[in-house]
Design a protein around this ligand. Structure first.
Ligand code: PMP
Length: 285
């Protein structure tokens, strides 16, 4: 990903893709002082763009790392970098981090908070699982308590166990891993939220220890608009056995059916397919 042509927006200007570097003593590299967004641009328009910019700023605030840009400036940066790379359908990665400079240690208030936006083409996140149903491993790590780490932030530090769990899942031939949380409730996948269908009603974990995904909120709205009951609640591990359908939601994942979690299997059913299709239509409308 680093050796290619193109432009990246960095701290207010466009730089060559290969020159978008940071110093070794960047605070974020040592202490995970980094927050980010994953967004998708469809036919020239980023879906829920402002919501993503607002979440980025919120994540920065949650990490005591105010980002020195406004929502409008971030919106302009995203538009500028998409145009510079001549992309209309793209994944958009905005990232903000505490840089290097004055301090090198846990405390580094004097080091500037920096920001960049990179864009590139990125197709289906789970490949052909999008049609067949993804197979999920069960992660050996648990999503932490909001008293342990600010779980509402989209912060790099929360992804350490995601990378470890996804690597382990892929080694077993799975597409992703499902986390339970610190209490033992069903939580989320490594980069997506989870939904279940049972007897025509939808169940999804309460967002009290997981990322309240923008796609998750969109899909709940779509379901309720169609008169479908959605229960946001704590879901216990033993309930997986009775769930009939399952899907993941996320900016990158969009709506991806799940066929299997560990030993539990799910049908790629009518409601799953309908929501996946409706979401595809919505993002392009
Ligand atoms: N949970 C995690 C851990 C994620 O990384 C993501 C992707 N941002 C999501 C859920 C889904 O969030 P969104 O729908 O806002 O992309």
């Amino acid at each position: 990903y680093d050796d290619r042509d193109g432009k990246i927006w960095m701290d207010g200007k466009l730089v060559d893709w290969r020159a978008a570097n940071v110093h070794l003593l960047t605070h974020a590299l040592h202490y995970a002082s980094s927050v980010f967004e994953g967004e998708r641009c469809y036919s020239g328009k980023i879906f829920k763009s402002r919501e993503h910019s607002e979440r980025l700023l919120r994540s920065g605030d949650l990490l005591d790392m105010p980002i020195p840009y406004t929502v409008d400036q971030i919106e302009a940066a995203k538009a500028e970098v998409l145009a510079a790379n001549n992309l209309k359908d793209a994944y958009v990665r905005a990232v903000a981090w505490r840089g290097s400079g004055m301090d090198m240690g846990v405390a580094a208030r004097r080091n500037p908070v920096r920001m960049a936006v990179a864009v590139w083409e990125w197709g289906a996140y789970y490949g052909d699982a999008k049609f067949k149903g993804a197979k999920l491993d069960i992660a050996r790590w648990k999503r932490p308590s909001p008293e342990t780490i600010p779980t509402a932030a989209k912060a790099a530090g929360l992804y350490m166990i995601c990378t470890m769990s996804k690597h382990a899942a892929e080694e077993k031939g799975c597409s992703d891993a499902l986390f339970f949380d610190y209490r033992g409730y069903v939580a989320e996948a490594t980069g997506a939220n989870i939904f279940f269908v049972k007897d025509g009603e939808v169940h999804t974990p309460l967002p009290d220890a997981i990322l309240n995904g923008i796609t998750r909120q969109t899909v709940i709205g779509m379901l309720r608009d169609q008169g479908i009951t959605v229960h946001e609640r704590h879901i216990e591990a033993r309930e997986l056995e009775d769930m009939q359908q399952c899907w993941l939601t996320g900016t990158a994942a969009e709506v991806t059916p799940v066929g299997q979690i560990g030993d539990y299997t799910f049908e790629v059913g009518e409601l799953t397919r309908k929501i996946a299709t409706d979401y595809e239509k919505l993002v392009r409308s």
